[in-house]
Design a protein around this ligand. Structure first.
Ligand code: ADP
Length: 163
């Protein structure tokens, strides 16, 4: 069984993330999406619980996708869940430098046991990011090009609650 761990904040999950998950399900038997709280990002749009609920709605019919959340590091999670690698997505040159550092650190702190695989989203989805989606949303512009209708609906609901 070849498993891969896809860690991230997914606040919210975008069509870019989903494209990476689709590609990974073609390569691996199981893709474990780990919804994590990024310690550097102070505030989040959705709570961890809400993000998990959204992901669950999106992937409940896909037997190759599993969802977890944890306060453990990605490397510990990869080892705990018997994953062959950590999966990351690359949007561009800025991601590349950061992901290269992260991949090195993750190998280092796992005694060279945890490797990283990077994939590119399809053309047209490569520049989509959670932060851009949130910015567009706050400007009252249409986000349906960048997120699944389930995510859009939850964002509108949450936005109304926060008014
Ligand atoms: P983090 O908060 O750790 O940056 P994110 O939830 O933003 O995590 O993203 C998780 C992973 O998905 C990261 O590797 C990020 O680069 C990647 N990713 C996000 N959006 C895209 C996209 N449009 N194309 C490819 N990879 C993406």
């Amino acid at each position: 069984m070849m498993r891969v761990l896809y860690p991230g904040s997914f606040d919210p999950i975008t069509k870019g993330h989903m494209n990476i998950v689709d590609q990974a399900t073609q390569l691996f038997d199981e893709v474990i999406i780990a919804v994590l709280q990024n310690p550097i990002k102070k505030s989040s749009f959705f709570t961890l619980k809400e993000r998990l609920e959204i992901l669950n709605k999106l992937y409940c019919n896909n037997p190759k996708v599993k969802l977890i959340t944890s306060t453990d590091t990605s490397t510990d999670l990869a080892l705990e869940h018997d994953c062959k690698a950590i999966l990351r997505g690359l949007r561009g040159i800025n991601d590349f430098e950061y992901e290269k550092q992260l991949a090195g650190i993750n190998r280092d702190i796992s005694d060279n046991q945890v490797n990283t695989i990077c994939l590119f989203a399809d053309q047209g989805l490569q520049t989509v990011s959670s932060s851009v989606v949130k910015e567009i949303f706050y400007l009252n512009k249409n986000i349906s090009k960048y997120v699944d209708p389930i995510v859009e609906e939850k964002m509108i609901l949450k936005g109304e609650q926060n008014k």
